[in-house]
Design a protein around this ligand. Structure first.
Ligand SMILES: [Mn+2]
Length: 418
């Protein structure tokens, strides 16, 4: 097995239209990043490519993007490089019973079945396949893959991944989840601890879901890699490297290194957040100053996020769309936005209706004891901050169960039976 090489990528999010305009420019940027991954695989003469989920950004990607992806996979096939892929949270869905309900990776095809391998234990079960959630690349190497299962992740790792590990082989595991000890684990998000897979026989764990790249982490004999996204998917990813990972089997283990992928656009999220209240003119001048600092080599995709409280006047007095228009006319930007949603009007300008409602004073005026009024304020504030946290809200806009339970237990602690 000496010299065996593979390329690991994930979160390519093909067909992501972000920012929403100009759509084709950004679609091309995501395609171009995947094109680079394919070129790197061929240049480095790898044996296969691994994709750890969210190949597409949507369950129903547009057909011209699907055609593009298949043309690139055909290039790999010509070089005899198979492609292994799992389902992410964006390009597949599953129901309460864990049954897979439509997955975009099924749209990826090769001339032969061995070229594009979609690893999914539930699909294997339904199709009556012999190998459930894994394929043997050869006699010595096994590739095991588990798609996204949200809160069921730990349970599915136990049910499908652990039994598939063949101790006498070199096992590679593909996962789409947060991994404690390797990636970030945002509050109230499903994860598995790295220790669950750092074991004999598991040589490489290919992770995606966290869009930031993390350097390879070795625990025992197992190397964990989360290479991150290949293009910029959201504003908060600005400034972070875009990468894939090249791994080579040397001296009984995988040596892995991240390879940077050059983004198509200058991508900036410029937060303008002064310590003290500032004037409207100050914000306008600061936008100009920040704009002059931007890199010049590439067309820019830029958001100016204005924060704070104005010294006088209200955010609607900032001529945001005029500034955007002037900046667009400079020809340097393909997208620019002045976001004033985090900017507040000066207290002088605020009408009484906008002043913060003093709940404690109101309750005490209604004859409620001070201690009870304080408790009510605490619960009210906890609910507000919980609702403000995006991680606590489901995609349907409801409060997640965990967050709801935390609020209910606070209420019980405060007013429950002694
Ligand atoms: Mn994801």
């Amino acid at each position: 097995m000496g010299g065996l090489k593979f390329l690991h990528t994930g979160d390519t999010h093909l067909c992501h239209d972000f920012p929403p305009t100009p759509t084709h420019e950004r679609l091309k940027a995501f395609n171009k990043a995947f094109d680079k991954v394919v070129s790197l695989a061929i240049e480095n003469d790898v044996d296969f490519v691994l994709h750890s989920g969210d190949f597409f950004d949507k369950v129903h990607p547009w057909s011209r993007v699907v055609s593009f992806a298949n043309r690139r996979l055909r290039k790999l096939e010509k070089e005899n490089i198979p492609f292994y892929v799992i389902r992410g949270n964006h390009d597949g869905s599953y129901d309460r019973l864990g049954l897979v309900r439509g997955s975009a990776p099924e749209l990826l095809t090769g001339e032969t079945e061995a070229q594009v391998v979609f690893l999914d234990p539930r699909l294997d079960e339904e199709l009556g396949n012999k190998e459930i959630g894994f394929r043997d690349y050869n006699d010595e190497l096994r590739i095991i893959g588990l798609g996204y299962y949200g809160a069921g992740t730990k349970q599915y790792v136990e049910k499908y991944v652990l039994p598939a590990i063949a101790k006498e082989k070199i096992n590679i595991v593909l996962l789409h989840t947060f991994v404690q000890g390797v990636t970030s684990v945002p509050p109230n998000q499903p994860f598995i601890p790295a220790d669950m897979l750092a074991m004999e026989g598991v040589y490489y764990v290919a992770i995606s879901h966290d869009h930031s790249p993390y350097p390879p982490k070795v625990i025992g004999n197992t190397v964990f890699v989360n290479p991150g996204a290949t293009e910029y998917w959201q504003w908060n990813e600005a400034g972070k490297d875009r990468c894939c990972c090249l791994a080579e089997f040397k001296g009984g283990k995988f040596e892995a290194k991240l390879i940077k992928i050059e983004p198509s656009h200058e991508f900036d999220n410029i937060v303008i957040s002064p310590k003290e209240p500032e004037s409207i003119d100050w914000y306008i001048n600061t936008i100009k100053e920040e704009e002059e600092k931007l890199g010049q080599e590439k067309k820019a995709v830029t958001r100016f996020a204005l924060k704070g409280t104005l010294k006088e006047g209200s955010p609607s007095e900032i001529p945001a769309s005029e500034i955007e228009k002037v900046l667009m006319q400079s020809g340097r930007f393909i997208y620019v936005a002045i976001d004033t949603s985090g900017l507040y009007e000066s207290e002088k300008a605020a009408s009484p209706a906008h002043q913060i409602f003093d709940l404690k004073r109101f309750l005490m005026e209604e004859g409620i004891e001070e201690e009870d009024a304080e408790n009510a304020v605490q619960i009210y504030e906890t609910m507000n901050s919980t609702l403000d946290e995006e991680a606590n809200i489901t995609s349907m806009g409801r409060l997640k169960k965990d967050a709801e339970r935390q609020i209910l237990s606070l209420i019980r602690e405060t007013w429950g039976e002694e």
